[in-house]
Design a protein around this ligand. Sequence first.
Ligand SMILES: *Cc1c(COP(=O)(O)O)cnc(C)c1O
Length: 403
Amino acid sequence: MKSANSRIYLSSPHMGGEELDYVHDAFTNNWIAPLGANVDGFENDLQDYTGRKYAGVVTSGTAALHLALILCGVKSGDEVICQSMTFAASANPILYQGAVPVFVDSEPETWNMDPELLERAIWDRIQKKEKPKAIIVVHLYGMPAQMDAILRIAKKYNIPVIEDAAEALGSSINDQKCGTFGLLSVLSFNGNKIITTSGGGALLSDQQDLIDKARFLATQARDEAPHYQHSELGFNYRMSNIVAGIGRGQMKVLDQRVSARRKNHDFYFEALEGSWLDGVNMDLESGIQNSDSSGIYFLEEPEGYFSNRWLTTIVINPVETGGITNNDIRLAMEEENIETRPLWKPMHQQPLYKNFPYYGRGVSDILFDHGLCLPSGSNLSNDDKEKIADTIKKVLRVKRVPT
Ligand SMILES: *Cc1c(COP(=O)(O)O)cnc(C)c1O
């Protein structure tokens, strides 16, 4: 039993039950190493689930992104295009390589990389310096990016696409799973993701040579020789057989986790009398007011798009809530011991990244200013969800009363 006041988290780990059986197997066979049956099994499970031909599991999503950049030949001084609105881990590996990030804003339909601005950025970088070496596109909160348009532009300029699907395992576009778009795809199994191994990641591709090379680099780049010999710079990035055992157990419940998170989203939409955010009502600062709106907006799935709804995100229009902001809601929730978070602060606003090139038109800035992530774990109880919705409704009601 949970006590009445125990904290409600944004997204906490949710074990399925079979994880320990696989970990136990690893102990029984003494495969407590970065290779073994669980590593092979987990890679096979990821290939089967996504439809990608090859998968290599590593210590984190960040490590997978770093390897992806190396495989794309990114070196010191090269430019790499990256979605601005994302977690810093999407961009940090660019700096690990001594390369230069070029940030691109989001569009309002999916909150991911704006294809028009992407093309403008590529064109401008070619004029100013040279062609970017890779494009990192992210599926934020599980909503797939406009991959059709992005892949078409990448192909036109012959630039490889790295798909950061860390938040989007289980999402798809027209039944094609996220994790299968672009030259290389990245998954994360960090503790807050839709399934977790406590920490871990994967790199996926349809090209065997790339995944073979990733495995080689991830195990210290040891040349074929009886002694230790190295011709290339290696890393200690391979996932252990213990951790991979947790992953095998989690894969059995992945579809249940997706369905639970989608139900959370639908619950909040109903309970908060949500409206769909679109390109028109996105312009919150102009003070647009719709009298039948509660002022709480949600992101709709474009046709053919399927989001795992990793986190339910809302955008609050203060003009329609009588001045209540995302920050008011966050503070009221904190008083009830409920964790919420602002949306990702765009990289072009981050102290570390603000001096790098940026192509935008203010969409991610508006989302950051007005958005909020609600608790979205697949293990939330109905009571938890009722408490969350009631707390938000209470804040909205209090301030709406005319004084
Ligand atoms: C979590 C996350 C990562 C990093 O994954 P780790 O496994 O934590 O290293 C990268 N990109 C995005 C968008 C993420 O949400």
